[in-house]
Structure formats: structure tokens, C-alpha cells
Design a protein around this ligand. Structure first.
Ligand code: HEC
Length: 236
């Protein structure tokens, strides 16, 4: 688990990768467009779900661990292996043990993770809904449970996709239906949506419409900004 976690890609941006010599530096004009797009991304409402950053308090991943009130401690494994000992975990600290590009240290401790997500589910409207029979089970076919109660996820509810690495490659959205970033954004709603608070309306409808209403040059800036979000597997 630790080695796998350590090998994951780090969210990064073109400018950072260029300063490390991994990619060609964007031109001054591209940099201007990216920065304009970063501002527009917030003003058209994308950042309300795709939160640009989150603070990671504890940057050390360890296994085995007693963290989480022992919830992550695998008692079954401990019985089988006398060396399985939380006092001697295999550990990996994203700030200390990673080579660049690595997460940014945060003033006062921890790291800033630029994930462009909120780790929450949102109603994304009838257009994006899965064509399942209404609600879905977990990936293993079992019902999801919380507090002992079965949780059903409506067919149009999706976890906000983290936009880190969205500039690496498409296709986009949960079923890869969008070949371009523009399509992915337009699928956040529809041209003739149900009225506000009616079923089937997307929570992102207003933001999607605000994007669509912007002049072409501003839409291009938002797309340039999205394309600048890369993820990169560092040498560890
Ligand atoms: C109400 C919350 C919400 C708002 C507002 C929102 N999004 Fe999203 N976004 C999502 C969710 C949820 C998904 C995942 C949908 C899916 O998996 O089909 C997503 C997916 C995406 C994707 C596809 C990512 C991928 O890897 O497949 C892009 C690109 C994107 N959003 C950009 C934007 C932009 C740009 C805006 C502003 C115009 C925006 N989003 C506004 C919730 C939101």
C-alpha cells in the first residue's frame, strides 16, 4: 500500500513542470491566457465544486497504522504475521520522500494539495445521469451502507471529478462521453433544463450557462487553464 501510494502521480501545473525541465515552458501569451482562465474558472462558479486546493494536515502515509481510532488496523493480517507491527510501519512522507514535482509544504505544517475537487457528490442532471435502473450499488454489487443503513446513490449523482491532471489526456466524465474539455463542461447541464428545484436539474447548470455565455476568448482561457493542470509520476 505504501509503495503504491508513493508511486502515484503528483498534481502539478505546466509552469512547475517547465521549471523542472520536464516540459517546454509555455509562451508569455499562453501564461497570460492560463492566468486569465484561472480567474474566470472561479468567477463562472466552477470552483464552488472544483475547489482549487485543500490542506493535508498529515503528509505521512503509513501501513500498518493505528490512526483513525484503529479503524485502519488490519487485525486479521496482524494475526497471520508477527512482523505486522504499527510501531514499525512502512512509511512515506509526500514532502520528504518524494522527488519533484512534489506537493507544496504549507506554512505552519502539512501540505497544499491542488486537487480541484471537493470530495462530494452532486446532482448533475438528467443529461449526465447513468442509464441504470435508477440507483446503483457498490462496485462489488453489494449495497453501500452507512450507520447500518443502505445508501442508494441516485443515477445522476456523481463525485466531483478532481481536475488535477485533466490536461494530460481525455476522454472525460464518468463514462468517457466527452472527447474534449468543452464538451465535458457543456454536459454539466443542458440548453433547456428543468426549472430550478425541479428533479433532473443539474447543480452545475448556472455555472455551465455562465461558461457558455462568456465570449469565445474567455472560454478559450478557461480551457487553456484546464490544459495546464497536469499530473506527473515522479521518480521516487
Ligand atoms: C455542482 C458542482 C460542479 C460545478 C459547479 C462544476 N462541476 Fe465540473 N464536475 C462536477 C462533477 C460531479 C463531475 C464528474 C461528472 C462525471 O463523472 O460524469 C465534473 C467533471 C468535470 C470535468 C471532467 C473531468 C474528468 O476528468 O472527467 C471537467 C473538465 C469539469 N468538470 C470542469 C468544470 C468547469 C470548467 C466548471 C465551470 C464551468 C465546472 N466543472 C463546474 C461537478 C461540478
Amino acid at each position: 500500500m505504501t509503495i503504491y501510494s508513493a508511486s502515484l502521480e503528483t498534481p502539478s501545473e505546466v509552469a512547475q513542470l517547465a521549471s523542472l525541465g520536464y516540459v517546454q515552458a509555455p509562451s508569455a501569451e499562453d501564461r497570460r491566457r492560463i492566468e486569465a482562465g484561472r480567474g474566470l474558472f472561479t468567477s463562472v462558479g466552477c470552483a464552488s465544486c472544483h475547489a482549487p486546493e485543500m490542506a493535508l494536515t498529515n503528509t505521512r502515509f503509513e501501513e500498518p497504522t493505528l490512526r483513525g481510532n484503529g479503524n485502519y488496523y488490519d487485525a486479521a493480517l496482524a494475526k497471520l504475521d508477527p512482523n505486522y507491527d504499527p510501531k514499525r510501519p512502512v512509511a512515506f512522507d509526500v514532502l520528504k520522500d518524494a522527488k519533484p514535482p512534489r506537493a507544496e509544504a504549507r506554512q505552519g505544517g502539512g501540505a497544499t494539495i491542488r486537487l480541484y475537487g471537493d470530495l462530494k457528490r452532486h446532482a448533475m442532471g438528467r443529461l449526465l445521469a447513468d442509464h441504470a435502473d435508477g440507483e446503483s450499488d457498490g462496485a462489488d454489487g453489494d449495497s453501500l451502507k452507512y450507520d447500518g443503513k443502505v445508501v442508494k446513490i441516485p443515477a445522476d449523482h456523481f463525485l466531483t471529478a478532481e481536475l488535477w491532471g485533466v490536461g494530460n489526456t481525455g476522454p472525460y466524465l464518468h463514462d468517457n462521453r466527452a472527447g474534449t474539455l468543452r464538451e465535458a463542461i457543456l454536459f454539466h447541464g443542458e440548453d433547456e433544463p428543468p426549472a430550478p428545484s425541479q428533479p433532473g436539474r443539474s447543480e452545475a447548470q448556472e455555472s455551465r450557462d455562465a461558461f457558455k455565455a462568456r465570449p469565445a476568448v474567455e472560454q478559450e482561457s478557461i480551457l487553456a487553464f484546464l490544459l495546464s493542470l497536469r499530473s506527473f509520476a515522479p521518480e521516487r
